[in-house]
Design a protein around this ligand. Structure first.
Ligand SMILES: [Ca+2]
Ligand SMILES: [Ca+2]
Ligand SMILES: [Ca+2]
Length: 268
């Protein structure tokens, strides 16, 4: 019994230890993404994270046409959708090696003049093109876009990105999901590393607290159960046989004495 208890507490101790390891590993993973300057997976169901967006840009819910989750940004063609921009001005101050990533696909048959431009700015007004999607580049498979921007993008509070659509008909669409702007913190990445280590170090505190507890339970439980059981067996003393009556009397007395002794031991 007590050995089982001891084994149980060992198991609990080990699982707590493993849990702590997992938690601290998870903490490492989450804090290890320090360079995120901007991200939108559009799961808010709106474009509120963006600086501005022109007519044609929406976030309809439909998991089948999203890259992640249920939502993506969508540009739907119409007569008004000419240079329709989805813009994000975001300061990259404190970061270098700026990188823009996103996932995109198209819908419908684009023609000459249907176009989508992916651009970025270092001064807030001059835009440089990173990618041009036009007639012939249509794909219904989500495709990654990934661009390392120049040093002008570093540590810059005028930094911005935009997606500009010119699509003439309602069946000509562009889907955008999981947009991310990342960079390296200027002056190294010491910030995530110390946060990890303290979380791991407290783990030994679990082991000592658990190991001493089973020892007293082992000693105490068996002691009371052992004592009464053996004492009952030795007492019965069979009587001798002088004459018949004498023997009978002695025999009855012996039984009586035996019972009295037994009662005394059990109840009193
Ligand atoms: Ca999404
Ligand atoms: Ca086409
Ligand atoms: Ca068209």
């Amino acid at each position: 019994m007590s050995n089982v208890k001891f084994q149980m507490s060992k198991v609990i101790g080990v699982s707590l230890f493993v849990l702590l390891l997992v938690v601290s590993f998870w903490a490492t993973k989450t804090s290890a993404a320090p360079g995120e300057i901007f991200e939108d997976d559009f799961e808010t169901g709106n474009l509120s994270k963006w600086t501005s967006f022109d007519t044609g840009w929406t976030t309809p819910k439909h998991a089948g046409t999203a890259y992640s989750g249920d939502y993506k940004a969508k540009a739907t063609g119409s007569a008004e959708v000419s240079n329709a921009a989805l813009v994000k001005n975001v300061s990259s101050s404190g970061y270098e090696n700026i990188k823009l990533t996103y996932w995109w696909r198209t819908g419908g048959n684009w023609e000459a003049g249907d176009i989508l431009l992916v651009e970025w700015t270092a001064d807030g007004s001059t835009w440089q093109t990173l990618q041009t999607i036009s007639d012939g580049n249509e794909t219904t498979t989500y495709t990654p876009g990934s661009y390392d921007l120049g040093s002008d993008a570093n540590n810059n509070n005028l930094f911005g990105i935009r997606f500009v659509a010119t699509l003439s008909a309602s069946d000509e669409v562009f889907y955008l999901d999981d947009v991310k702007v990342e960079g390296d913190a200027i002056g190294g990445e010491p910030t995530p590393t110390p946060t990890v280590e303290p979380t791991v170090t407290p783990t030994p505190t679990v082991e000592p607290t658990l190991t001493p507890t089973p020892t007293p339970t082992e000693e105490l439980t068996p002691t009371p159960t052992e004592e009464p059981t053996p004492t009952a067996t030795p007492t019965p003393t069979p009587p001798g046989k002088p004459s018949y009556w004498q023997w009978f009397r002695d025999y009855m007395r012996a039984i009586f004495e035996y019972q009295r002794e037994m009662f005394r031991r059990i109840w009193g």
